[in-house]
Design a protein around this ligand. Sequence first.
Ligand code: FBP
Length: 333
Amino acid sequence: MADAPMTLSEHLATQQASLSTEHARNVAALVGRIGRVAGVIAQELAHAALRDRLGYVGGSNASGDQVKKLDVWGHETLESALRETRACAALVSEESTEPIEMETGGTHALVVCADPVDGSSNLDVNGAVGTIFSLRSSKGKTPAAPQALGPGTDQIAAGYVMYGPATTLVYTVGQGTHGFTLAHETGEFLLTYPDIRIPRRGKTYGINEGNIHSWHPGQRPFVAHLKTPDKAAGRPYSLRYSGAMVADVHRTLLDGGLFMYPADWSDPKKPKAKLRLLYEVAPMALIMEQAGGRASTGLERVLDVVATDYHQRAAVILGSPEDVATADEFYRR
Ligand code: FBP
C-alpha cells in the first residue's frame, strides 16, 4: 500500500536545514497557520453567495482599488490568525494602508507581507482567486515592518494558495518549490507536487492585451513574436489569462510559459506598474526561481528590485527561463 502523502507540517519540518532554529520555528508556525486560514477562506468562498459575502463594502484600499467584502473579511481573518501565533512581528497587507505591528514571543519573529484575497475581480463571478504571502526577518527590530523594505532576495519564505476546483498551497523556503492539495475532510494540506520544476519553454502566455497601447516598446513585438507561427519553435503560443495572478502563475509554474503584467509606458519617464512588489510580485518571483524559472521586470531581475514603499508596484514577466530570457532580449532592442 502506497505511503500516505506527507502533510504540510511534516514537510515544513524537512525544510529547516537552511533556516536558523528560531526562524525555522516561526516559518513553520506561520506557513502552518496560513494553511489553516486557507481552509477557512476556501469554505467561505464556497458559501459566499449564500452568506451575502459578495459585492463591495464601499471605499478603497491603500492602492485606490474598490474593496470587496471578502477582501476585508480575508484580511481580518488572516490578521487575527497571525496575531495568535506570536511569530508575526508585523503584517503588511494590501488591505491596510499602514503596516500592523504585533506582539511576539521572541526576537526572531517575522514580517508577513500578504495579499489576503488576490484576483478580487473574479470573486463575484465564481472565478479562481488566491492568497499570496512572503516572510521576511524583523531583525529583532521594533517597529518591525520597515525591515520588510529591501530587495526580494531578503525573503526567507514565500507562497500562495489557489482557490480553484481544488485548494492548492505552494511554498518555498529556498529549498525548491513544493505544492500541496487540501484534503477538505481532514483540513490537512497533503504533498501532491514535490519539488516542482517548470519546463524550460512553454506553449502559453498570460497578459491583459487590453493594455497593448501602453506597453514598453519591446513588449508589443515580443507578444507578436509569441503569436508568429514557427512549428520548430513551438509557436504560436496560446493566450491563457484568468484575471487572477495566482491562477495564472500556478498554470505557468506547472505547464511552463509566461505570465506578464508589464508597466504602463504611456509616459516613458514615469512608467506605472499595477501589481504590488512586496505581496504579489516578489513572492511569485522567489517561487518561480526556486522552481527553475525566471522573473524579470523586462529591465532587471525582480528579486534585485529594492522595495522602498509598502505598496510599491512593479512590472513582472515570469515563467519558463528561456521564454523570459527572450522577453528580456526584446526589451533590450
Ligand atoms: P488584487 O485583486 O489583489 O487587487 O490583484 C490584482 C489582480 O487582480 C491580479 O490578481 C491580476 O493578475 C490582475 O490584477 C488583473 O488585472 P487586470 O484586470 O488589469 O487584467
